[in-house]
Design a protein around this ligand. Structure first.
Ligand code: KG4
Ligand code: ZN
Length: 363
């Protein structure tokens, strides 16, 4: 855009002449210089993220600051701590995303920011920073629903037509929805209590995985996935939650309590105190990961059948999109793949770095 303005300034040609000039270099207006460019800002939870994306989905620049390490040390997210860390980092992260994109702030077409759902204190930092920037640069503001952004991210990397089914599983969210268009969602099921990532984080904390040499910097869910590879998922016999519920809802609190009981019993058997690593930690990780996968797959299966019975999804090649931090788990992805193969559906997952919170999905 800057280049175009400069050229126009020197020769003062008509708009048509400029377009002809650009086309002679294979620069098609609307595909390169004339793209709308959006700055996306995300601060809904514990990641301060920003990205500059053009209207065809090219990521021109991005930056992220994760607070995971701090929250691991305090044993969970403390909202005022998250707020303070967002405040300390937002300016730098936005600047880094803009610098990486080589786009001058005045060339942005709009600024998009997560406004809900999330931690109020965290959301507030991104929102007030964005509104200040919007006022300064006189740019349009686009309010973004965090879950819609997660649900639509797949359209950056894959060609997906509406309608499709989306499964969003993260630390703060758990839902199944039919996506009929941008901003047109039919909610089919949600967690009745906590989200799967929250449950995995709690189990990882109870197992003190932060003290495990291989997992000390990983989020709870990632630590469970890592350790589960060395464990036996059948060592403990656990029935997935809501076996008889005839809907698409989820529940993870009961599973968390069952795992807690197993940990207490194992600590007694192994004669160790809470806070030390159990020798059976890998088996427990494998069990909780497997049970979580079974539960998620069963609820998703119900949603697929419901949609197909009512012709809300095509009978063949219906698409299931799985996103959110927990969807970056390869064991859970594999379980979902078995389900989609058996129901003539196609599973699509954004790459792991786009599954967790990021600025790209907001932009
Ligand atoms: O989407 P996200 O970055 O933030 C929220 O909106 O919550 O998801 C973070 C959650 C955390 O609970 C983390 O433990 C979980 O996703 N997570 C995983 C994995 N990586 C992150 N859970 C299971 N397996 C993983 N590999
Ligand atoms: Zn999220």
């Amino acid at each position: 855009m800057l280049t175009l303005n400069k050229t126009a300034g020197v020769f003062k040609p008509s708009k048509r002449k400029v377009y002809e000039f650009l086309r002679s270099f294979n620069f098609h207006p609307g595909t390169l210089f004339l793209h709308k460019i959006v700055l996306g800002i995300e601060t809904s939870c514990d990641d301060t993220a920003a990205a500059v994306v053009d209207e065809t989905g090219n990521v021109l620049g991005e930056a992220i600051h994760s607070q995971t390490e701090v929250h691991l040390k305090t044993g969970g997210i403390i909202p005022p701590v998250a707020q303070q860390l967002h405040r300390e980092n937002i300016q730098r992260i936005v600047q880094e995303a803009l610098s990486a994109s080589s786009i001058s702030p005045s060339d942005l077409s709009a600024i998009a920011t997560t406004i809900k759902p999330g931690l109020a204190l965290s959301l507030g930092v991104g929102l007030s920073f964005s509104l200040q920037l919007v006022g300064q640069l006189k740019k349009p503001f686009i309010p973004i629903h965090h879950m819609e952004a997660h649900a639509l991210t797949i359209r950056l990397t894959n060609k997906v037509e509406f309608p499709f089914l989306v499964l969003l599983i993260s630390g703060g969210h758990c839902l199944l929805a039919l996506v009929q268009g941008v901003s047109d969602f039919l909610l089919l099921g949600k967690s009745l209590d906590i989200a799967p990532g929250d449950m995995l984080d709690k189990v990882a904390r109870r197992l003190s995985l932060i003290k495990h040499p291989e997992c000390s910097t990983m989020s709870g869910g990632k630590a469970i996935e890592h350790l589960a590879k060395q464990g036996n998922r059948f060592h403990f016999d656990i029935t997935p939650p809501l076996q008889r519920a005839k809907n698409c809802d989820f529940s993870f609190t009961g599973l968390q309590h069952l795992i807690n009981k197993i940990i207490i019993q194992k600590e007694k058997e192994e004669g160790i105190e809470q806070g030390q690593i159990l020798s059976s930690a890998a088996d427990i990780a494998a069990t909780v990961q497997h049970t979580t996968a079974c539960h998620i797959v069963k609820r998703t299966h119900r949603a697929i059948l419901f949609c197909k019975q009512r012709d809300l999804l095509p009978q063949n090649n219906a698409v299931l999109v799985a996103s959110g931090g927990v969807a970056s788990n390869f064991y859970i992805r594999r379980a979902l793949e078995i389900l989609t193969n058996a129901t003539q559906c196609t599973l699509m997952c954004p790459p792991p770095r786009l599954c967790t919170d990021n600025g790209i999905m907001i932009a």
